[in-house]
Design a protein around this ligand. Structure first.
Ligand code: SF4
Ligand code: SF4
Ligand code: FES
Length: 228
């Protein structure tokens, strides 16, 4: 039998399903918390940290990733404090610096209020969010890809770099990868580091409608739960 708890998110009392994450609860209730590595119906690992929120533990405020934080009776959660906005902007800047050639990530950064990036661009082709690996393991149950290597060498690959027979070519891993939405300008060059996020992006409305949902279509398989 489903059990419910009452939580307070951004001042709203919400009847949440026990066992659900704060992120899922917020999204289902129409409260947008920016997120990247979270994928609906797939386990969360808290890789990108973009979904951080503040919540009170024994009267003290704590910053935690909301996708790996389960709701508890009486929990008080703040998703958009000044502190959270600042931390989230920095995380988004780091993601853009890592992979400026992803429009999805540029859009998330714009959504988080990033106007410029203070870190050198790397043009990596993966941000190690793990969406593809978890999708492959938990949706087609193929287990055909995984993380290999350490530190700077860490990447996603097939076992021994060869596509195994048990990969069913569903292409789900490609479709849910934030790197598949390339920006019009392609990879950035040193000295030409900027954040566009406007061309063909829903986020061009972000400046015109501050504080309103701009249908960024990110996070939930790039299809927000609020707009199924
Ligand atoms: S294409 Fe292969 S590796 Fe990718 S999700 Fe499907 S089964 Fe997994
Ligand atoms: S390949 Fe794409 S989905 Fe997989 S970890 Fe890298 S950025 Fe994430
Ligand atoms: S850490 Fe929660 S969505 Fe990435």
């Amino acid at each position: 039998m489903q059990q419910f708890v009452t939580v307070n998110i951004d001042g709203f009392f919400i009847n949440a399903t026990k066992g659900n994450s704060v992120l899922d609860t917020a999204i289902e209730s129409g409260i947008c918390i920016p997120h990247l590595c979270h994928l609906r119906s797939v386990s969360d690992i808290g890789a990108c940290r973009l979904c951080i929120v503040e919540h009170k533990v024994n009267g003290r405020s704590k910053v935690t990733a909301s996708c790996t934080l389960n709701v508890k009776e009486g929990m008080v959660i703040m998703t958009d404090t000044e502190n959270i906005q600042k931390l989230r902007r920095n995380l988004a800047e780091l993601l853009v610096a890592q992979a400026p050639n992803s429009r999805a990530i540029q859009d998330i950064a714009t959504r988080c209020g990033v106007k410029e990036v203070r870190y050198p661009f790397k043009n990596d082709n993966c941000v190690l969010c793990g969406r593809c690996v978890r999708f492959c393991t938990e949706v087609p149950n193929a287990n055909a890809i995984g993380f290999v290597g350490r530190g700077k060498e860490r990447r996603v690959d097939f076992p021994f770099g060869v596509r195994p027979k048990f990969c069913n070519h569903c292409e789900g891993c490609v479709q849910i990868c934030p790197m598949t939405f390339a920006p019009c300008d392609g990879p950035m060059e040193p000295g030409k580091e900027y954040l566009c996020g406007k061309c063909e992006s829903q986020l061009r409305f972000a400046e015109e409608l501050p504080g309103k949902c701009v249908w960024c279509r990110l996070g939930e398989s790039f299809d927000c739960a609020r707009y199924p």
